[in-house]
Design a protein around this ligand. Structure first.
Ligand SMILES: NC(=O)c1ccc[n+]([C@@H]2O[C@H](COP(=O)([O-])OP(=O)(O)OC[C@H]3O[C@@H](n4cnc5c(N)ncnc54)[C@H](O)[C@@H]3O)[C@@H](O)[C@H]2O)c1
Ligand SMILES: O=C(O)C1=N[C@H](C(=O)O)CCC1
Length: 255
């Protein structure tokens, strides 16, 4: 069976792990990687990650010409670069190459650009692309409907260096119509990749829904899930939580 060819933007803390998840999955071929600078320019991501084969030719953003995506064909682009990276694949969208953006924090202008691309190709945007967080997001909304009077608080734990409040926690608060400033509580310790807990408090019982990203490889597994979904979809904008919600709908056991 033909491998799914991937073009990856970003080869940083997370991008390297994403590249590794694609490299170790036989369904995929990592064709190239684009990063901001010239570090490891034209080396292979596979070799840098310790593999014996050559895959994932490394380019700099300045290498992207109008013919870049024509000359280096891929079946999907995956973006783990930065918000500004969104401006670099306009011609890919025009060529109808599906796009998975995992940028956690876009400004309005970048989001507008991504929505523009979704008029030409299939775009999946997920600020937290782990399967588990998107299951948590849907399950919490279902539970809130079942127990509308529950008190709800959100606790997010991340590595010590993370300065900003978890965008994921803010998204959960928004989905539950909660004021994030009041209901999101942050803990910064050690090397925690990312833990989110939603506590539903009721008079005689407490329900806790929680998700733990044990390794950043969880983001790679989410990206793989997203690519496999998006490459068979028509033009438009897609979100992981909607895909998961459909799976809930289709798999809720009928007793
Ligand atoms: N959606 C998710 O689940 C998820 C999970 C982790 C990280 N992220 C996002 O992934 C991105 C990268 O995170 P990180 O921890 O690897 O950061 P990082 O700073 O370690 O790496 C950023 C990488 O992107 C490259 N880059 C930056 N701007 C670029 C541009 N304009 N064009 C091409 N390459 C560019 C850099 O060279 C570097 O390789 C961030 O936006 C972060 O929010 C998302
Ligand atoms: O590693 C991080 O930092 C991440 N932050 C995003 C957030 O703030 O929710 C999610 C992905 C990982």
């Amino acid at each position: 069976m033909e491998k799914i060819r991937i073009g990856l933007f970003g080869f940083g803390k997370t991008g390297k792990i994403i590249a590794n998840e694609f490299l170790r999955n036989d369904s995929f071929l990592l064709e190239w990687v684009v990063r901001k600078g010239y570090e490891s320019h034209h080396k292979y991501a596979s070799r840098l990650l310790g593999y014996e084969f050559e895959a994932g030719d490394i380019y700099s953003m300045t290498d992207i010409t109008d013919t870049f995506f024509l000359e280096r064909k891929v079946d999907a682009i995956v973006d783990f670069s930065s918000a500004a990276g969104v401006y670099e694949y306009r011609t890919a969208a025009e060529l109808k190459i599906p796009i998975v953006s995992a940028i956690s924090k876009y400004g309005e202008a970048e989001l507008k650009q991504l929505r523009e691309y979704a008029k030409s190709t299939a775009v999946l945007y997920s600020p937290n692309i782990t399967l588990g967080i998107n299951v948590l997001l849907v399950a919490a909304q279902v539970l809130q409907k079942i127990a509308p009077h529950a008190d709800i608080e959100i606790v997010e734990e991340h590595f010590g260096e993370k300065k900003e409040v978890s965008g994921t926690a803010k998204k959960i608060a928004e989905a539950l119509n909660l004021d994030a400033a009041r209901h999101v509580h942050s803990i910064r310790v050690g090397g925690i990749v990312g833990n989110h807990q939603i506590v539903f408090g009721m008079p005689n019982q407490t329900i806790r829904l929680s998700h733990e990203s044990v390794s950043r490889a969880a983001f790679g597994q989410g990206a793989i899930f997203a690519v496999k979904h998006i490459i068979n979809q028509p033009i438009g904008m897609y979100h992981m939580e909607n895909i998961i919600a459909d799976m809930f709908r289709n798999h809720i056991p009928v007793y």
